[in-house]
Design a binder for this molecule. Structure first.
Ligand SMILES: C[S@@+](CC[C@H](N)C(=O)[O-])C[C@H]1O[C@@H](n2cnc3c(N)ncnc32)[C@H](O)[C@@H]1O
Length: 237
């Protein structure tokens, strides 16, 4: 059973998720800055970023900080998440707006700008089945301006069980409670975990989806164990 929608639309879960956001964002600060730097704009340039599965806007805020004249469209399917996001995004009033969109469909609402200057996804593509990962990558590509970038920050699976074992061992060093939680999950942790891994796939498959969609300069621009930042750009005309 796919519990993704129920989880991300639950007010209670979103409150809990948002209460942990500060720690998460601090931990990811360097990666978020790298995502911003990968976008090929002058720092004073005005452009519009589209952050898909934006949640409370973690990636969008990092990019808006890096480019003070940029604005952002935050796309998500969860009214509860957008409600929390309005609080986190308050200092950016006038530079952002939310658009409701379920990435499991290809019925893009008019609120998503076209063409798109730059697109990012952070920690959400792994919630989509493969046909929708491919669909989303293609649909973003079709709408991107020539030369426009799409960058994805996401967890991935290992295709080799020995590698997965190494990732787990090293991750456990940085989070000594992780092994206990894995063996003794609360009901909340169990459903979160199942939802986290349901559609997660390895990086090779995702790079192949990217290249098949037409992106160039495709690379894994950062990687640590099971987390990657990869992306590419639409070729100039
Ligand atoms: C783990 S959170 C990540 C949020 C944010 N991008 C970040 O990095 O902090 C996953 C987000 O994806 C959104 N999401 C999950 N499935 C979605 C879908 N099918 N369509 C649109 N948004 C979705 C959730 O509502 C949630 O905000």
């Amino acid at each position: 059973m796919d519990t993704n929608e129920e989880i991300w639309k639950s007010e209670e879960r979103i409150k809990r998720w948002a209460s942990e956001a500060g720690v998460r964002e601090k931990k990811r600060a360097a990666q978020l800055e790298l995502i911003a730097a990968l976008l090929p704009f002058d720092q004073q340039e005005a452009f519009t970023l589209v952050d898909f599965g934006a949640g409370t806007g973690m990636a969008a805020r990092a990019i808006l900080d890096f480019y003070p004249n940029a604005s952002a469209v935050l796309v998500d399917f969860s009214p509860a998440m957008m409600g929390e996001g309005a609080k986190a995004m308050a200092p950016y009033e006038g530079r952002y707006r939310y658009v409701e969109f379920d990435m499991r469909t290809s019925s893009w609402p008019e609120g998503i700008p076209a063409p798109i200057d730059a697109a990012v996804t952070s920690q959400c593509v792994h919630h989509l089945p493969d046909d929708r990962k491919q669909g989303l990558f293609r649909e973003i590509f079709e709408r991107l301006k020539p030369g426009g970038w799409y960058v994805n920050f996401d967890p991935v699976t290992a295709s080799d069980p020995a590698v997965e074992h190494v990732w787990q061992r090293v991750n456990d060093r940085f989070d000594p409670q992780a092994a206990y939680r894995r063996l003794n999950p609360s009901p909340h942790e169990r459903t979160q975990r199942e939802n986290h891994v349901r559609y997660m796939v390895d990086i090779e498959r995702q790079l192949a989806f990217f290249r098949a969609a037409g992106y160039e300069a495709v690379d894994v621009y950062w990687k640590q164990l099971d987390y990657v930042i990869y992306g590419g750009r639409k070729p100039q005309a």
